[in-house]
Design a protein around this ligand. Structure first.
Ligand code: ADP
Ligand code: MG
Length: 676
């Protein structure tokens, strides 16, 4: 007996039924037994008197009159009978399910799920639940037209009858004991047919742990492999030269910056392959950390690359690096989509000869004809915008360079250790001293007028302001129109008191740059923009931001946008103009006004919208768990991760007896199950 056998081994499963079951993803006994209900019908007896009018309930009772079927019209029918609970008799009717007639036998007990009408003492039935079933917890499966609930239940029962003993444990006994988990057999059975709520809870706890733990075992093994020496290179930088560089910086690094810089430098030195995620809130100072890493790389005789998602950001990084490197012997070049052909050719040849030390650019940087002499270190900023493939191509260009992914969108820890579990994580959790947190307010659209009045005071102090209009992906044209309208209204409002300019996604790069330049130089005081400024723009004199229709943005995006203000010494405000229609929308606006901590924002966003939404489903690399829930079961994930790591740290763990079930199980799994 092997639970990997085909379900056709069960009686009653022929080719046709097997095909139908396959539409639910059930082909083996193991898949059948692991096809858990998505909920349970709690058919604990409910006293009729306690049921609310129009409540959907399951009522158990004795059938006391034969079922009468009346047909009317084409395909329409009504099935009526009476049931009794204790001494109360009530009417039950089913519409358009004539086939249920056979299930209703006088003097038998059945349970009917339906909507209760308290006044008429009648139940409009939706279904009859597993007749003659003893359990109070009836499983409800997600099924389709081809497979019915009853069929599934019958097959699962049959499966357990014949294959219960063939279910092998896959967790080490030590963990089962440590966390008082049910055995795999017990848990699988109880997931379908729990005796009560407590047993169901225990079963689920075991299944969730198992899912997370097995996933982490694979992930951590992958991490070990990726990091292994055969994959990487040692970048032996010049410690003294690096010290000389860091000591002349115009500011003292924060404690967090020092810590992550050390983590990065340690990775560079080591022959292991660096795969590190650097998370740091907007304005936490990641650029200088990148600059230090790139400088270190140069002193070791390697080249570095800094990739960013937009041209504006590339230019800005280029300027920042040039400033930071002033007086130091390091050659930085900028390569983007709009680099002129001749200049481009020049840069390419200097890259190939090793003359250029650091290349900054958009993903134009990974085009085929870009070749480095000795690429040692690659940094991508705002990495969530980079596709996995782009990163891969880049990595393959050089000599397996160390890679640092920087992101200002804090990823909730549970997601980070799942989606980026194969990476090490560094966190800058401290802002440079002297920053004043941005004050955020939420107002309804009619109050915009007042907000604009208030802006006069801020502008009067010589400060500048952003006005952000949302971007609806389906219609860029409409967004532009929308932005243009707002731009014109603001021009009317401010008249010749202040200069308003407009930036949107349909503009040519040169045009955008020119407008950014005017804003930077304070030649215009108000910048109306679609989200093109989302990432990275640095104009410390801008102290106010108005975000129109703020509820159309994700929280992470709002947080990013808000990060454009509060970058100087003066206090800043961010006004969210929104009229959200539902509670979630309102809560989201509320959260923004309550915290400026990006990690809290992202945790809350995760709670409200779920991992898929927060993370942008598909390309995220986030695995889908069958039973486990990244939000609700986060604490179990933490434990599973720690246990997986501690097993892998034991030398020769594969041959220890306690881990044999695990080794066998992992070995049987298709390779790359989670990671292809
Ligand atoms: P981000 O993490 O959002 O990329 P930046 O690297 O752009 O942040 O830094 C934001 C601003 O803070 C820059 O103007 C930078 O010069 C400044 N900065 C960075 N580190 C420090 C520090 N330790 N002390 C003071 N200012 C700093
Ligand atoms: Mg940055």
């Amino acid at each position: 007996m092997n639970i990997k056998e085909s379900i056709t081994k069960l009686s009653g499963v022929g080719a046709k039924r097997a095909e139908n079951l396959a539409t639910l993803g059930i082909e083996t006994i193991e898949q059948l037994l692991g096809y858990y209900p998505f909920r349970y019908e709690d058919i604990q007896e409910r006293k009729l008197a306690e049921i609310q009018d129009q409540e959907k309930v399951t009522i158990k009772g004795l059938v006391v009159s034969p079922a009468v079927l009346s047909r009317f019209g084409y395909k329409k029918s009504r099935l009526q009978f009476r049931m009794m609970q204790e001494h109360d008799v009530f009417a039950v009717s089913f519409f358009n399910q004539p086939y249920l007639k056979d299930k209703v036998e006088v003097s038998t007990e059945i349970a009917v799920y339906g909507k209760w009408d308290a006044k008429r003492k009648s139940l409009t039935g939706m279904k009859i639940l597993a007749p003659k079933q003893e359990e109070d917890f009836a499983p409800i499966y997600s099924v389709n037209k081809a497979v019915r609930q009853a069929t599934l239940i019958q097959l699962i029962k049959q499966g357990f009858e014949h294959y219960y003993d063939a279910i092998e444990e896959n967790l080490p006994l030590s963990l089962i004991e440590k966390y008082r988990l049910l055995s795999r057999q017990e848990a699988m059975y109880a997931m379908h047919f729990p005796k009560d709520a407590t047993e169901h809870h225990q079963a689920k706890r075991r299944v969730v742990f198992e899912e997370f733990f097995l996933f982490q075992m694979q992930l951590q093994q992958l991490k070990q492999k990726e990091k292994s020496e055969s994959n990487g290179m040692a970048i032996s930088y010049d410690v003294d030269a690096l010290k000389a560089f860091t000591q002349q910086l115009p500011f003292e690094l924060t404690g967090a910056q020092k810590r992550v810089t050390n983590e990065i430098c340690r990775d560079l030195l080591s022959p292991n392959h660096m795969q590190r995620l650097l998370q740091g809130d907007v304005g936490s100072g990641k650029t200088v950390v990148a600059a230090i890493g790139l400088y270190a790389t140069k002193t070791a005789g390697f080249q570095g690359a800094l990739m960013v998602p937009t041209e504006i950001l590339a230019q800005q990084h280029m300027e920042s690096l040039q400033q930071l490197y002033e007086g130091f012997d390091i050659k930085v070049a900028l390569l983007t989509g709009s680099t002129k052909v001749k200049e481009r050719r020049e840069i390419l040849s200097q890259l190939a000869s090793g003359e250029i030390d650091v290349l900054v650019g958009t993903h134009a940087l990974i085009q085929e004809d870009v070749n480095f002499a000795r690429l040692g270190f690659v940094i991508t900023d705002e990495q969530h915008r980079f596709g996995v493939n782009q990163r891969k191509v880049l990595r393959e260009k050089g000599l397996k360079p160390d890679v640092l992914f920087m992101t200002a969108t804090p990823i909730p820890r549970t997601l980070a250790i799942t989606a980026y579990g194969e990476m090490d994580v560094s966190i800058i959790d401290e802002l440079p001293a002297g920053r004043i947190p941005v004050i955020t307010r939420w107002v309804k659209p009619p109050q915009l007028e007042k907000v604009l009045e208030a802006s006069l005071e801020e502008l009067g102090k010589g400060h500048q302001m952003y006005v952000i209009c949302p971007l609806i992906e389906e219609s860029e044209m409409l967004d532009v129109q929308n932005a243009v309208t707002i731009f014109e209204e603001l021009q009317d409002f401010y008249g010749d008191r202040y200069q308003v300019s407009l930036l949107h996604g349909k503009m040519k790069n040169q045009e955008k740059d020119a407008i950014m330049e005017t804003f930077k130089n304070n030649e215009s005081q108000i910048l109306v923009s679609t989200t093109v400024i989302e990432v990275g723009v640095n104009v410390p004199n801008a102290t106010m931001m108005i975000i129109i229709d703020a509820d159309r943005f994700g929280l992470a995006q709002l947080h990013q946008l808000r990060g454009r203000v509060g970058r100087g010494a003066a206090a800043s405000t961010c006004i969210l103009v929104a009229n959200p229609k539902n509670d979630t929308g309102k809560k989201r606006m509320q959260i923004m006004t309550e915290t400026t901590n990006g990690f809290i924002v992202s945790e809350k966003d995760l709670e409200l919208r779920g991992p898929g939404e927060v993370f942008g489903n598909r390309q995220s690399g986030l695995p889908e768990f069958a039973t486990a829930d990244l939000v609700a079961d986060g604490h179990i994930l933490e434990v599973a991760k720690i246990e997986a790591e501690s097993i892998l740290q034991q030398k020769g763990w594969e041959i220890l007896p306690d881990y044999q079930p695990l080794v066998n199980y992992l070995g049987e799994q298709k390779e790359g199950q989670y990671f292809d």
